[in-house]
Design a binder for this molecule. Sequence first.
Ligand code: GLA
Length: 737
Amino acid sequence: MAVHYDETRKIFSLQTKNSTYQMQIDRFGVLLHLYYGSRTESPMDYLLTYADRGFSGNPYDAGTDRTYSLDVLPQEYPCHGTGDFRSVCLVMENPDGTLSCDLRYKAHRIDDGKYGIPGMPAVYGGSEDSQTVEIWLEDEASGLEVELLYGVIPDRDVITRSARLINKGKDSLIIQKASTACLDFLWGDYDLLRFYGRHAMERNLERTPISHGVTSIGSKRGASSHQYNPFLIVAERGANEEKGRCYGMSFVYSGNFKGQAERDQYDQTRVILGLQDELFSYRLAPGEELWAPEVILSYSGEGLARLSQSFHKIIRHNLCRGRFKNSYRPVLVNNWEATYMDFDGEKICEIARQAADLGIEMLVLDDGWFGKRNSDTCSLGDWWVNEEKLGGTLAELVNRINGMGLKFGLWVEPEMISEDSELYRQHPDWAFVIPGRKPVRSRGQLALDFSRQEAADYVFDSLCRVLDSANVEYLKWDMNRSIIDVYSALEDSKSQGRVLYQYILGLYRFLDRLGRRYPHILIEGCCGGGGRFDAGMLYYAPQIWCSDNTDAVDRIRIQYGTSFGYPVSAVGAHVSTVPNHQTGRSVSFKTRGVVAMAGTFGYELDLGKLLPEEKEEVKEQVRAYKKYWRLIQDGDYYRLSDPFLPDGLGAWEFAAEDGSEALLNVVTLNTHGNPLTAYVRLRGLLPEEWYRAEETGQVYQGRALMEAGIPVPHMPDEYQAWQLHLTLCPRDNSMDA
Ligand code: GLA
């Protein structure tokens, strides 16, 4: 049993293989957080201390007891109005305009299986391998009921949280803030690891102490954003890849979010993750409910590598869906960096012909195939094929490409609308524009109000006409601007503050419908590269274009940051041309291949322009990817170096879960006169077993590689790649005599 409720102490214990999460209903009915960390069977309420804390208030029902204050006690769902002055999960405006809420325990239920969330992405689990605890809290004065949901997936060391807010009162309530998860730590020094960035440079790691005051990250852009990823790590000071206590929190949501970390007056730490409260105000009419999207929590007592691996596994096996989640993803060539919008059917077929010769398995036709789209100033919304440009119907083009033995994929950007489009001319009010104001353009385009069913239905029907007309087996779902002028004609003036939330629900509805209608289509998410790289999107699309930056050296850093919270199977990565279009840097073909293989592999260049020896390299890379894809997707992923260090290396490893083989990848990031030798320590091998390196024939003991490391061969230039494939072999007896 993963969940245990101790009736006498009123303690809930959520047990996973290696962790315990505990909470307690206290004498006033407040749900306190007791503990999250390494597994224990002990009740943990002994950790709580009570003292008279000056200027920290006491609830009325505590009477004259001044030692009880919610300003200092660890809580599961702190709200504003109880005397807790730290960051809270819930801020509510009552019908009389006051801001207050006081949640007390009402009931609970424990069930087998993992709860789901209607219309939203969530981790799933079976009744044999997961459990759910629901705890109902209520604010008597307003009638607000909050149902806290906890999912426990013991084998994956994962606990999920979500909250459902239901207005059981007689008047409307306004939810001003509804976060999902709060983690309170009674003592200790913690760091916050967050993944910040910008377009074409996403998910850089920044680690800083959680100190007094509030550190806040998030997005107000309508999408989870390039600027901050909705995934964060709280690590005990000194915790590293191999050791130490650390906690991950991943928001299963693709819109505005907020993460806050704070050290309070008593040196306690609080971390909160959930919906963004700025630009948010959700009016809840009587009987209505609001779901706070899910947060996935995991704890590792053995450092960051283990923590990441838990996230990789839960996302791969319990969040991604559909027939592609564990299966082979075809090696593709995308025409974007080869042609941009300047192509015709012949050009696309030419790339396909080259691709077929080289063993590539799918051609993806990117932006520019619809309406009259030859530049980014028009046609978004007009999802019909530009037959003049393609030189025939889409079916004719796809048939030719299929005839060469290649699958066919297509780019779309359904959430957007160009002012120069038939759609805008017919339905200008479907675009996000505030009446009486001029909208802010971005990439020359506007966003469609996806909260509006008729707008989404129109786009759905147009896309279906295209998808039904030809054998399309892959879709790249793009989204190329942030949302600014939020106004929905369907909502009244008091409800505009919930439109962006409804927008994301509209997006999820659309994706769900699409996935059901076309289960054979592999969907790859995209948002100017990695601007919506989150667990929410991975529920609908098992892979996401990781960044518009295809430079192999920058990609090492982007993919390094991404790997903390997301599996390699989710990371779209392509070999592109040099000098690289984003950075101007030139890196060897081999290095570009090695870096792109740490993802769902493909190409994004004009294959016709390759030199004969480069074409041979493509063939070799495709062979290598086919050989290693299982190990790459299913293996345990290890970061072996920090590529952000000034003298850093790019070094990462895929190790089979059973330790039977490993693929080591190293890229040098510097070159110096009279250089030092760099070493890397492997991980995830069987210490007593022996391994042969396929490339050199040399034999090593697993323990030696993991303890003493291995020297990286000196390479004549910077940005060179080295790969070593290790497989189990008989023991080396030469030392026995
Ligand atoms: C975005 C994507 C690119 C490409 C272009 C097309 O920027 O991230 O990969 O598809 O749009 O306009």
